[in-house]
Design a protein around this ligand. Sequence first.
Ligand SMILES: Cc1cc2nc3c(=O)[nH]c(=O)nc-3n(C[C@H](O)[C@H](O)[C@H](O)COP(=O)(O)OP(=O)(O)OC[C@H]3O[C@@H](n4cnc5c(N)ncnc54)[C@H](O)[C@@H]3O)c2cc1C
Length: 420
Amino acid sequence: MVVGAARTADVRAAVRFAVDNGLPVGVQAAGHGCSAPAEGGVLITTGRMSGVVVDPRRRTVTVEAGVRFEQVIPAAAQHGLAPLGGSAPHVGVVGYVLGGGVGLLVRTYGYAADRVCSLEVVTADGSLLRVTPDTEPDLYWALLGGRDNFGIVTRLEMGLVPVERLYGGGLFFDARATPDLLSAYIRWTRDLPEEMNSSVALIPFPEDPEVPGVLRGRHVYHLRVAYTGNAREATRLLEPLRAMAGPPLIEALHDMPYTQSASIHDEPSVAVPFVREVALFREFDQDTIDTVLEHAGPQSPLPIVVEVRHLGGALATPPRHPNAVGHRDATYLLSVVVLLFGVTEDDTRRVFGKLFDALRPWSIGTSLNFMGHGRNAGGMRLRAAYTPADLERLAALKAAHDPSNLFRLNYNIPPAVGRE
Ligand SMILES: Cc1cc2nc3c(=O)[nH]c(=O)nc-3n(C[C@H](O)[C@H](O)[C@H](O)COP(=O)(O)OP(=O)(O)OC[C@H]3O[C@@H](n4cnc5c(N)ncnc54)[C@H](O)[C@@H]3O)c2cc1C
């Protein structure tokens, strides 16, 4: 059963209905991060819960469960503020934040989850709880990182940052002409200030008339930049990388208002079927680079999009109020994606399996927001998102707040046995 909730009371009614009928509960907002199918359960969709209120004095935004970043960005910009959103503004705020939130400005400001002030949540008995770090420190800690294992968040207030403009955009390089660009990128990132946020993607562009001619049918490195300082300083910082990389195919770096930040990654806004895998790293040395390129580079039989995001910086700063989001020591995030057009999921999983087996010696874990769906949602993978101590605490809190595991249509943390 799918319940299209329009208000908090609908979420409560749906949870109570599920409890009375012995059905598990799942939640969907903007639909970018399905983890497990909701067959045989109650799926609460929150897209109709779309209220956004910016408080310029407190520098916060309060969003209802179905709000996307594209609604918050213009509302916050009216007050010279910005949310810590990610690469695509059509992503839902609540799911993104509960999974940590690796934003465009992650090195400058850290995880988005660290700025959550309060949450309203419908718990496993259908009651509505206001959760703050002071009133419910355990549940606050668990929701931010444990996502919908502890309830359905109906409203969330989080801090905004005083960012009006960025220097950023993209540079595109022919991968055949610059085969060492990934190595050059990693070397470049080793000595950058926290204001410089970037990633590089290796993209196999199809022979498609909608793709700009210069990119069509080519493997291309796309360098993405979001710098919170001025253009002159950004240009200076980029010089060493430009010197190593040579002339780009396309150059699109400029000063821009934060409201145009979606252009930096230019993610497609149409829904496409895909398989994704992710891993986090403290270091990304030449062996790691060679392994990635061997399995997922231009020689791969599959059209794999490889992305390496530079983390570190403010990500390592412990949050003012602790939460369960893990891996603050990560310096790089590797994500690989295959769009399932003319390619099967099984073939993709086979290639990804080989790649991630080979990367195991260097990887320090996974990131919830990029973990993908289906068998990726299994317990083995989920374990890699947390430290053993945090996972044990999450399981104990799950036993206290959801002993019957009502909220299990997700990356599930089963209740610790004997703790309820
Ligand atoms: C194109 C694209 C770009 C992305 N870029 C980034 C990025 O830059 N940084 C980043 O960190 N992530 C990124 N993501 C991942 C994204 O943040 C997560 O998948 C996020 O969970 C998506 O939320 P949603 O509402 O869009 O998706 P949905 O599929 O609707 O929700 C995903 C999950 O969020 C949880 N959730 C949603 N609503 C609630 C609620 N009310 N209460 C409790 N739990 C809830 C549930 O676990 C749900 O299964 C990206 C994903 C895509 C597809």
